[in-house]
Design a protein around this ligand. Sequence first.
Ligand code: SF4
Length: 68
Amino acid sequence: MIVHVDPDRCCGAGQCVLAAPEVFDQRDEDGTVVLLDARPPAALVREVADAVAACPGGAIRLEEGAPR
Ligand code: SF4
């Protein structure tokens, strides 16, 4: 799994951080998403999928890829 984020679509809601804090953070200045781990381990697939589902801006996209 490879994670992509689009800061232009991010409204800073922070749902991704709540769902998967190992993978997402937010900038202190404006709350825009910061991707901490673009290739998270397989153990975090469910959390990342939850983040995608919860993101109100559609700012998170997943690409197939071998887990780390
Ligand atoms: S949930 Fe979506 S809109 Fe909210 S901070 Fe994360 S990426 Fe941005």
